[in-house]
Design a protein around this ligand. Sequence first.
Ligand SMILES: NC(=O)c1ccc[n+]([C@@H]2O[C@H](COP(=O)([O-])OP(=O)(O)OC[C@H]3O[C@@H](n4cnc5c(N)ncnc54)[C@H](OP(=O)(O)O)[C@@H]3O)[C@@H](O)[C@H]2O)c1
Length: 244
Amino acid sequence: MQTTGNTILITGGTSGIGLAFAKEFLKLGNKVIICGRRKNRLEEIQHQQKEIVTRVCDVAKTKDREELAAWVVTNFPDVNVLINNAGVQLLTDLTKPVDLTRVNNEVETNLTAPIHLSSLFAQHLSTKKEAAIINISSGLAFVPLSFMPVYCATKAAIHSITLSLRHQLKNTSIKVFEIAPPAVDTELGSDRREDKTLSHGGLPVDKFMEEAMEAIKNDILEAPIAGAKNSREKREVLFDIMNP
Ligand SMILES: NC(=O)c1ccc[n+]([C@@H]2O[C@H](COP(=O)([O-])OP(=O)(O)OC[C@H]3O[C@@H](n4cnc5c(N)ncnc54)[C@H](OP(=O)(O)O)[C@@H]3O)[C@@H](O)[C@H]2O)c1
């Protein structure tokens, strides 16, 4: 897709991959709208990058998603790109009764929100000459890490829903992308790191961005990035290695 002149909504733009996309697309001459739950973070980002539009939104809440979509379409009718990026990654022990509120919140954030938001924006985006929905899945969509089973299942489902969405929208102007990151050094899972300043040890965000932007620019609709390619191609072999 063209990487300039768009109006782009990015869910989960307060850190990591979402914030990196926001900065990159801003640099390339796009209008960028980000959302997240942390108001203070959004204010900080807005202070540093005056052109970024921010909105507090919890994508795990139906009402927030509906209000976000209506607000964006009303105030930024040129919106032509949706990046479903917001995500959480929790550990879940399935050998004993799970806390369903926690599980449902993870599913609502990672899976229901992209499904709902894509459907809320589909008609509006299809009125644009060029449009895109970009779903951020994961290498773990193809090979789960069994100690975070719900997270991996939501990402496998994002892979599946992206295939169906692409097919349903095939006669529209909307290109449907799946970007599957490998482990990338962001705040994901930082709630379980004692020292929050410690690196998560994944690919540096700027390296991830180089490859992801190339895929977007060149219309590579299904783009596993770096190590995630291996996960997609060798899933059975990798399962045993990743889950000793
Ligand atoms: N980093 C990796 O290794 C990796 C690998 C594969 C896939 N991914 C995927 O990449 C995406 C971005 O993650 P990241 O690595 O950049 O992690 P991150 O730094 O933790 O960023 C996650 C973003 O999602 C937002 N978010 C979480 N729950 C939300 C909610 N209910 N409503 C609105 N926003 C919410 C957070 O904002 P607030 O906290 O302000 O709400 C934050 O901006 C996720 O979908 C993740 O699954 C990451």
